[in-house]
Design a protein around this ligand. Sequence first.
Ligand code: MTE
Ligand code: LUZ
Ligand code: MOS
Length: 754
Amino acid sequence: MKNKDSYTHVRGESLFVDDINVKQGTLHAIVFDSPVANGRIINVDYSAALQLAGVAKIFTYADIPGENQIGAIIQDEPLFAENEVHYQGQPIALVVAESLSIAKKAKKLIKIKFEEFPAITTAKEAFEKKSFISPPRTFAIGNTKTAFEKCDYIFEGTTFSNGQEHLYLETQGSYSYPMENGNIKIISSTQGPTAVQKITAKILGIPMHKLEVEVIRLGGAFGGKEDQGTPWAAMTAMAALKLHKPVKLILERIDDMRMTGKRHPYESTFKIGLDKNLRILAYETDYYQNAGASADLSPAIAERTLFHATNSYYIPNVKATLYSCKTNLPPNTAFRGFGGPQGMFVIESAIAKAAGELNIPTYKIQEANLIQDGDVFPYGQVSSETQIKNAWKHTFTFYNVEDKIKNISRFNKENIIRKKGYSFMPVTFGISFTNTMMNHARALIHIYQDGSVGISTGAVEMGQSVNTKMIQVAAISFGIDKEKIKIETTNTTRVANTSPTAASATTDLNGKALLKACDKIKKRFGKVINELLSLSSEDIISFKDNCIYVNDEKSALSWEKLVWETFARRISLSEIGHYSTPVINFDKTIEKGHPFAYYVYGTAFTIVSVDCIRGDYDIESVDIVHDFGKSINKGIDIGQVEGALVQGIGWMTMEELYYDKKGHLLSNSLSTYKIPDIFSVPKHINIEALETNGNDMAILKSKAVGEPPLMYGIGTYFALENAIKAFNPDYNPEFDSPMTPEKLLMGLYAENKT
Ligand code: MTE
Ligand code: LUZ
Ligand code: MOS
């Protein structure tokens, strides 16, 4: 099935928050935010702004009827700053006016006096000053201390991976309007409608049922709206409640980039120990996570970094510790991979370091340590149905990798100023929210009297095409044409208490809930069918081709007739389904359990070509073998792999977030923050499906696909390092990403200091 949205997207007819026809009397809002990254507010003078004709009101923390608190995991983040500001871009007030241009003018008239303090911008600095978000956590297995004593080789090093701006096409925004009796309807661009409802209720000091949160679709999110869609919704809801008027707030790109958090930068250290057969016996790592000014989702992201500390490798002795460091940057947040990529970058660096020192190809170490069935992850889950070796081997055979490596060596011998490099990137990514409590979902089905169907779930469409897959699930279950099925918006009044659309698990969780609802209705239909067709208990009913089949033979009973007959018998044509993932558990007190329903596996083989005079480079090809399970939609799934790969490459090679010492974001627009474009993407992206049985906990055995392929992009970093080494044998890798052309050029001409 083609992506259901492609038709309206191409025609510009798809609706986003900013496309909604506003109601008469709608007011427009703009956020007044902190100009400094750390300071004490002495005084804010709103008088001139308030005098401007057309300004309705300026809201500050003092106007909040409930609690000035939006923290999701830790209660440490105000909606509006009170007396202190902790990052540049922190909201202080909301200016609401008759038009956006008046609101903008008014904002310029606000005068703020503050005392500025030095800002902390890096994790290490925060660590030294003991500025933390939460206590450190350690995942450990075996005994690294005694294991290192048995190692033949031990290597140590440090790494840095930078943050990443989400750059969703649709910026943050919301539109709220008052209903009767103090109820508010909020239209939000959020991955978490329930988070918006819950936190807005807290801000307004009203029960959740007074708020209806509606999500049509998002113009991309990538984690950036998992909980950071919330403040803007709470702000417009508060203004709508107080002013009894509709209020709209859409952030401009430069405001969005300044005010919102991003992927967490990580500074890390590693120590890796191997035996003569290249088996990794011990691995120690410390992560310093740059969390920004408040917790946001950092503790959960920290957890996933720890879960993926060893990526696709079995290491019997591991000690991984994460320090979540509080800095004066916007609170960093979820971003595709959710800390997993940061953890994987460190183990891949450690392996590359070991290989460099031993003067062997990196893949020899990778290959010698891939996980197999029965291996235990440091957090206690035992690996089963493991596919990483299969993906790895299939990459070699399917893409003739050995020949390609030989060709690269030959090319490098024959060419002086152009060098090629290659790398392998195996990925093993766990599917489920690591917080077990979040792994459940609900769906609601209405079948109308004419046989058409409306389905609602808790899933938010953000480009990943979950809506298309939901329609497929219902169409397959009912055996009817997809045209008979409509997917409704995501709305807290229809489907309540949802987990955010995140963790790549949305399609599984909501799809399974939907299947359960379908099954319940089909069971009810069964009685009607028996009656209408006078069946016996041995007859087997199935739903196919818009008809009822009995013992695999088409009966005269059509879907429409069945629906009407059911209705006529006064039987309900509506149903809800609820699904919660079985088996999973995790005990934080011992940091052990079985947190993931299953894993997604794959391997990427990357070839790059470097111009050793200029330092610029091409990514010639990325050859991927990916475990889709039994994909229910290859087109969509391949699109997810391509998009995630390119996003991962952008993070690793060109997207350079830059905050100055005072905590001001300098890379604050698309002219200073470079993301991949059609010229910089790999010349060839090949994606081969690994044929596997799928997994029963994946929807129709079609495995989750949203995040795992982002980590294939890490391979490009190491392919570039490999090319540098081909030119400059003295090069001492720094594991400092992104590998921009500038850094690469420095590497080409670096002299070995040791
Ligand atoms: N694809 C598009 N086009 N836009 C997005 O914002 N978000 C990604 C991924 N794919 C995203 C996307 C992220 S971060 C996640 S967690 C998953 O989609 C969420 O959807 P799923 O759970 O249905 O895979
Ligand atoms: N969000 C979350 C996530 O709350 N928990 C997770 O485990 C997760 N994983 C990936 C992306 N978002
Ligand atoms: Mo994705 S980072 O789970 O929104």
